[in-house]
Design a protein around this ligand. Structure first.
Ligand code: SF4
Length: 264
């Protein structure tokens, strides 16, 4: 686990890394590929017990004292030795689970997700925040009775462009706590034609701008943000603006709300 600058979390925890999505603004892929270990390094230093180097089927377990960051680059990889980390932290934290992966991508086996959930359950002092671009997986897990209905588990969905709006519906499940992360906002947020009460029946909405220096970086306009502010206010949904919006909104207009259940 690592302390994080992500404003809505205290730390990140990555028992699984990697993703087969191809988002152009993905910071996680750049980091993973930068620190990817060579096969020679893994063999000499890390003593990885399972070297199943098949994309999507990696299941690496470290045995040695050395640590190899991203032994398989950005291919999905499960680090079982990290599962106990939340238990080692007694002070309650908001933990962003798998900030370097999409834990709910269709390539991730149910058993990995189940082990991650079990590790979270073993450290109930923390709040766990999950985030995916595949919220339909929440629904599939729910139907299999594998999605914990716990008050400290928050299931988030990242949306940023219009066609992804439809995916937001998958996250609506009154039995579990959910949130939307509109980040990075890359287009005017579509409001017309959607059932706003359904869309905003979540426990929180996060909105942020793209960061970094990508050549085609999108700088959002204030008029893209204002409708979200209005809808959240009208539906009493806590809104959390990330600091990346300060240049657009001005510090005096920033809103940083959390639902009661996420307050420590
Ligand atoms: S879904 Fe997330 S982790 Fe996967 S490529 Fe996109 S931004 Fe990166």
């Amino acid at each position: 686990m690592q302390r994080t600058n992500i404003e809505w979390a205290d730390s990140t925890w990555n028992p699984v890394t990697g993703c087969h999505n191809n988002c152009p603004y993905c910071y996680a892929r750049s980091i993973a590929n930068r620190f990817k270990s060579s096969i020679e390094t893994i063999a000499k230093k890390c003593r990885v017990s399972a070297l199943a180097f098949t994309p999507g089927k990696n299941d690496a377990t470290y045995e040695g004292e050395y640590h190899c960051p991203f032994p398989f680059g950005f291919d999905p990889t499960f680090y079982r030795e990290r599962l106990a980390e939340p238990q080692s932290k007694r002070k309650p934290q908001r933990i962003f689970v798998c900030s370097m992966a999409d834990l709910f991508g269709p390539w991730v086996p149910d058993k990995w997700i189940k082990e991650v959930f079990n590790a979270c359950k073993a450290a109930p002092q923390h709040k766990y925040m999950f985030l995916t671009k595949f919220p339909e997986r929440y629904e599939l897990l729910y139907r299999k009775e594998l999605l914990p209905e716990l008050p400290n588990f928050y299931y988030g969905t990242t949306i940023n462009i219009e066609y992804q709006m439809d995916t937001a519906y998958w996250t609506y499940n009154p039995k579990v706590r959910t949130f939307l992360s509109i980040e990075p906002i890359t287009d005017p947020f579509p409001m017309i034609g959607y059932e706003l009460p359904t869309l905003f029946t979540h426990d929180m909405v996060i909105v942020g701008a793209e960061t970094g220096n990508r050549r085609d970086k999108v700088i959002p306009k204030r008029e893209w943000i204002d409708p979200i502010v209005r809808e959240c206010a009208a539906t009493c949904v806590p809104l959390f603006m990330k600091d990346s919006l300060i240049p657009i909104m001005g510090e005096e207009n920033m809103i940083r709300e959390l639902p009661e259940g996420l307050k420590l």
